[in-house]
Design a protein around this ligand. Structure first.
Ligand SMILES: C[S@@+](CC[C@H](N)C(=O)[O-])C[C@H]1O[C@@H](n2cnc3c(N)ncnc32)[C@H](O)[C@@H]1O
Length: 212
């Protein structure tokens, strides 16, 4: 594992060139649409939105969606897409909580894909995401099942080698979420140095903030 953060600015302009990433975001989006009833009254936050692969897949179904990321380079790519597609209900916000920025709400839904393993203190983040939800609001987090550190060719900025679902479920519940469920959102094959192609799986864990 790591004690330094990854610099996503350096990979932002080429991020979408990897078909595996685009396909994974499509599958995570499909899993979210299957698991969570989205509607046109919803304000949504995509935490760690990157270049907006998930943000843009979900935008047709909701009132507003805000992509939050700590990398301005990633947000610049998403801002370019928002401008070229004239999407006035899609916004971005640069938030770096390690630098003291505060995440504010309220949102009806928080989603996130492939970002949690880059966050050191997952319990603290999940508490914050719980706080910014409206009562009855929902969360849907997609990330790697335990991968033994093999998914990334460079583990800089990888604070978790995937997650054990049972442990993460306890962290969700500890953060205040109810009705916590998980499902497999995607499986993907990826070459691993010295081991040929390996299969990795990505879960979607959902939960709700209590109504009162
Ligand atoms: C692996 S990328 C995933 C991007 C996007 N969700 C996708 O599926 O293509 C992880 C993203 O999380 C962002 N990120 C990492 N740590 C973060 C943090 N503490 N706060 C906000 N964003 C963070 C990175 O800048 C990067 O854009």
């Amino acid at each position: 594992m790591t004690d330094t953060r990854r610099d996503f600015n350096t990979v932002a302009s080429s991020w979408d060139e990897e078909p595996r990433r685009v396909q994974l975001a499509e599958r995570v989006s499909a899993a979210i649409l299957e698991a969570i009833p989205l509607d046109s009254h919803m304000d949504v936050l995509d935490f760690g939105c990157g270049t907006g692969l998930l943000t843009l897949a979900l935008q047709p179904f909701v009132r507003t969606i805000t992509g939050v990321d700590s990398s301005q380079g990633m947000l610049d790519v998403l801002n370019g897409k928002i401008a070229s597609q004239c999407l006035s209900h899609v916004q971005t916000r640069h938030v770096d909580m390690d630098a003291g920025d505060v995440l504010t709400g309220p949102y009806h839904l928080v989603v996130s894909s492939m970002t949690l393993h880059h966050v050191q203190d997952t319990a603290k983040l999940l508490k914050t995401l719980h706080e910014i939800l409206v009562p009855g609001g929902c969360i849907g987090i997609a990330d790697l099942d335990t991968d033994g550190g093999k998914f990334h060719s460079d583990n800089t900025g990888v604070f978790h080698f995937g997650f054990e679902r049972e442990r993460l479920r306890d962290i969700f519940i500890g953060a205040g979420f109810e009705n916590v469920h998980d499902r497999t959102a995607a499986t993907l094959r990826k070459p691993v140095e010295g081991s040929g192609e390996q299969t990795f799986s990505v879960f979607l864990m959902t939960g709700y903030r209590a109504r009162s």
